[in-house]
Design a protein around this ligand. Structure first.
Ligand code: HEM
Length: 131
């Protein structure tokens, strides 16, 4: 359970780091706007499918870990802050997917991925502090 939780949190957060630090700067080397859009559409369609799976697996494994092994988190405020941040990350992702990506508005996506990355790192800081 913990392995699946760690693997899919790494997939989501790692994918956001890749998008912002490696993919975005490299896009500028493609001369035409249409080429850049085509590559983004291809990368995002795969990454966003993986994020949907990550959200599902993180929620399921997280609930199992919580109610199966870490009932001590019931009264832990920081843990509930982690859950709130996860919900916020999920809503931001759903906005990115349905209101930006599906409508071809790619230019706004990196900023929101940046916010979600900060929230994900904050979650990892919280859990390593309270576990
Ligand atoms: C982006 C979302 C999330 C990230 C990045 C994340 C990250 C992590 C990490 C890195 C650990 C491992 C700590 C260790 O080394 O033991 C962990 C543990 C845990 N997570 Fe999450 N998590 C996320 C979402 C959730 C959700 C949604 C829940 C609950 C519904 C949850 C519940 C837990 C619990 C209960 C543990 C403790 C496991 C233990 O100590 O045995 N997590 N999480």
């Amino acid at each position: 359970m913990l392995f699946l939780h760690l693997f899919f949190s790494t997939l989501w957060i790692g994918g956001m780091i890749y998008s912002l630090l490696f993919l975005k700067p490299s896009l500028r080397e493609l001369p035409q706007e249409e080429q850049r859009r085509k590559l983004l559409r291809s990368v995002f369609s795969r990454f966003f499918s993986a994020v949907f799976v990550s959200i599902f697996v993180l929620f399921l494994t997280g609930m199992s870990l919580w109610h199966g092994y870490r009932k001590d988190f019931n009264a832990n405020t920081l843990f509930h802050l982690k859950l709130f941040l996860f919900a916020l990350m999920t809503f931001i992702f759903l906005y990115i997917y349905f209101f930006l990506y599906r409508r071809g508005r790619y230019s706004h996506i990196p900023n929101l991925i940046g916010i979600n990355l900060l929230l994900g790192v904050l979650i990892m800081l919280i859990i390593t502090y309270i576990r």
